[in-house]
Ligand binder design. Sequence first.
Ligand SMILES: NC(=O)c1ccc[n+]([C@@H]2O[C@H](COP(=O)([O-])OP(=O)(O)OC[C@H]3O[C@@H](n4cnc5c(N)ncnc54)[C@H](OP(=O)(O)O)[C@@H]3O)[C@@H](O)[C@H]2O)c1
Length: 309
Amino acid sequence: MGAVLFCSNLDDPEEWRPPMTKLMPDLELRVFPNFGNADEIDVAMVWRPPAEGLGQFKNLKAILSLGAGVDQLDLSKLPAGVPVARLVDDVLTTAMAEYCLLAALRYHRRVDLYERNSRLKKWEYHIPRPAAQRTVGILGLGVLGGATAEKLKMNGFKVVGWSRSPKQIAGVESFSGADGIYTMAAKAEIVINLLPLTPDTRGILNKKLFDAMQPGSYLVNVGRGGHLTEEDLIPALDSGKLAGATLDVFQKEPLAQEHPFWGRPDILVTPHCASTGGADTAAPQVVENIRRARAGKPLMNQVDRAKGY
Ligand SMILES: NC(=O)c1ccc[n+]([C@@H]2O[C@H](COP(=O)([O-])OP(=O)(O)OC[C@H]3O[C@@H](n4cnc5c(N)ncnc54)[C@H](OP(=O)(O)O)[C@@H]3O)[C@@H](O)[C@H]2O)c1
């Protein structure tokens, strides 16, 4: 039996070892760079692969991302033909839907304005609108976008969405295709990005999209920093095209001290905390994927390397 390589600058292997060993008592988990004989490694659990790549592991049967996304892996540089899987974790999914609901409610109930006004000692009343009169648009209707759509619907919002393939989701008006994103954006007052970062989606939160949105709309970016064309955001806010933005992810993290997004009353910066999974809840699918890889079976949550997600 082979050994599993653990390679991450973010995750602690000692958090993963106990729940994985409980499910697979003969697990041999080797932490990079102390992996011993490279030929014995048959599965790699990685956040980012080592600088020298994974090509030295000639007997690799699976690459398991330690994140829900795989953009950090640079799929084009991974050994060809080795299946790649990502994490899908109920805890992470619930946390993401919760964060997006919070961001939507904050704008819907004008809490962003009251935060500013309370600093100015300003009493300014706005009649609350019912959520049923507020449309939230979701870019990406996959695991996280789908769960977020459900959470928003349950809280009374009208929900529209956009994805690569057409979707039939009860109560969610869904769009696809190159122009569908603009049709969707024109209907929504709050747009939440939950796309994966691929060559097709890089920079997609840009002036063209903001121009398609209703004046005074809000943007929530919880996908990846690379989705936002950063230089288009401040002009959109300054012109009133956008009324506010909640940003959890950035092109460079942590966000640099001198970055213009800090300190603006119309931008809420959060430190890539929208959601995170845990070793305890994710260990069963990782162990299952190790078993599947060794048995030559398709992986759970396998990534389509051609599509990039
Ligand atoms: N901020 C955080 O803390 C945090 C945490 C976890 C994840 N994330 C981010 O969230 C992303 C989404 O995760 P997920 O699990 O929901 O992914 P997923 O299940 O793969 O869903 C992706 C969705 O995006 C759509 N899509 C992909 N490329 C598209 C394109 N070119 N045009 C239109 N739609 C496109 C897909 O369409 P189809 O349904 O047609 O395939 C799908 O609906 C991750 O990749 C990661 O970057 C952020």
